[in-house]
Design a protein around this ligand. Structure first.
Ligand code: NAD
Length: 445
């Protein structure tokens, strides 16, 4: 099938590439000319396992093209995907300016019937607004064309985006048009072979499903962080508690890891946006507000542990802190809303210097922080330790899991490790002569 995708970010680029991989003819449109030029040279601007070779192969095969020319994309596509960003507005609700700009562009250029598919995460009711924006532009041109607007939210995870896209848990399609549903069934047939993954529903339920999924996951994380904070105070180890509850299949093992708070481009903004939607419709989002508040506090927890260890934040002045991990989670270079950013800001406020290493996010860190005297971006985990007083682990990259603790002890002047992801066994770290602080590990008090 002939597909056009607006937006070549994590979602648009991965979706377009996976659709091309199964044989569809895909044109990706982006307003970022430098990004498009780079993609046409085979330069993939984000780190996602498996993505670059797939982009290159499909581009070389002519099934995946990149352009800034919206009219070209619209002329090409029978199905037009909207996969542009929906960042938080000032009040936390989703900013729909990019989505609606694409809708108007479609209305200005559409020459034949089409299916418009909203893949961006958008509040309930957005499909109606997209439909109205397209219709308005068509009317201004004096053109009468049939088009459907379908909600097809995306559930891929950064760091495993290609895998998730090629083997989705479910494909949610929200539409009241049997014909549009049939077309999308054909489009997704290659991803729906072994068992039925398509969950068809009305548009509004599909729009809400995406927020409900992310809010549920964020809730699990905040819940576990709250338990961790209780564990810390009562002298219990949350890692034991985690194992004790995860074995209950009603609870399960996923997303019950305490840590330094959730970040990324989705959970923070989606929890907030759902809370605003609730308020706008007269529902008090008590749980969602608490999820957000717990997370905001949790992002400051590592610094609080450091301040406690040193006898007050003032004692951090002049300290050099090695930071392992900047991305908001492993296997991505994405630092949007990352817990590391909260920690670094607090360390700098306290007058500490940071020596940081992340396996993939160094360019992103350079772009975000620029050159500053109190930040050294290092080439390796080991280099970040040189001349450091303390180590903080913020992102649970695999390569940080088994350090040589004797070497850490030799490198760190203050011989202390703050483990923001509970990667290490406290006994093992302490046996090497280091002080250990984890999240919710009461025994470390
Ligand atoms: P992103 O910020 O990485 O990319 C958005 C892209 O859209 C950018 O390249 C931008 O230049 C482009 N763009 C903006 N306006 C445009 C226009 N008028 N025409 C063409 N391109 C335009 O965003 P993302 O992370 O891919 O997220 C996109 C949507 O998908 C958001 O609603 C997000 O909430 C949702 N989502 C994201 C993820 C994720 O893991 N990142 C997962 C599921 C859903």
């Amino acid at each position: 099938m002939r597909i056009c995708i607006f937006g070549t970010g994590y979602v648009g680029l991965v979706t377009g590439t996976c659709l091309a991989e199964v044989g569809h003819e895909v044109v990706c449109v982006d307003i970022d000319a430098a990004k498009v030029a780079g993609l046409n040279r085979g330069e993939v601007p984000i780190y996602e396992p498996g993505l670059t070779p797939m982009v290159k192969a499909n581009h070389a095969a002519g099934r995946l093209r990149f352009t800034t020319d919206a009219a070209e994309g619209i002329a090409h596509g029978d199905v037009l995907f909207i996969a542009v960003g929906t960042p938080p507005d000032e009040d936390g609700s989703a900013d729909l300016q990019y989505v609606l700009a694409v809708a108007r562009t479609i209305g200005r250029h559409l020459q034949r019937p089409a299916i418009v598919v909203d893949k961006s995460t958008v509040p309930v009711g957005t499909a109606d607004r997209v439909r109205a924006a397209i219709a308005e532009e068509l009317a201004a041109r004096g053109v009468d064309l049939h088009f459907d607007v379908v909600s097809n939210p995306e559930f891929l995870k950064e760091g495993a985006a290609v895998e998730d896209c090629m083997r989705p848990d479910r494909i949610v399609i929200g539409t009241d048009s049997p014909a549009a549903l049939e077309t999308l069934r054909r489009l997704y047939a290659p991803f729906n072979r072994n068992h039925e993954r398509i969950v068809a529903m009305d548009v509004r339920s599909a729009e809400l499903t995406k927020y409900a999924a992310n809010a549920m996951l964020a809730t699990k994380i905040s819940f576990m962080n709250e338990i961790a904070n209780i564990a810390e105070q009562v002298g219990a180890d949350v890692e034991m508690v985690r194992k004790g509850i995860g074995s209950d299949p009603r609870i399960g093992w996923h997303f019950i890891y305490p840590g330094a708070g959730y970040g990324g481009s989705c959970f923070p903004k989606d929890v907030q946006a759902l809370a605003r939607t609730a308020q706008q419709h007269g529902v008090e989002p008590r749980l969602l507000d608490a999820v957000e508040a717990v997370n905001a506090a949790q992002k400051q927890h590592l610094f609080a542990l450091m301040a406690r260890h040193y006898g007050g934040s003032a004692q951090l002045r002049g300290k050099t802190v090695a930071v392992w991990g900047l991305a908001f989670k492993p296997n991505t270079d994405d630092m949007r809303e990352a817990s590391s950013r909260t920690l670094l800001a607090q360390l700098w406020d306290a007058g500490a210097r940071v020596q940081a290493f992340d396996p993939e996010a160094m360019d992103e860190a350079r772009r975000i922080f620029g050159a500053r005297d109190d930040l050294r971006l290092c080439d390796s985990a080991q280099a970040a330790l040189e001349g450091a007083d303390a180590l903080v682990v913020v992102t649970e990259w695999k390569q940080f899991r088994s350090p040589d603790f004797a070497r850490l002890k030799a490198a760190l002047a203050d011989a202390v490790v703050f483990d923001g992801r509970n990667l290490y066994a406290p006994d093992e770290v302490e046996a090497a002569g280091l002080a250990y602080y984890g999240i919710g590990r009461g025994r470390s008090l």
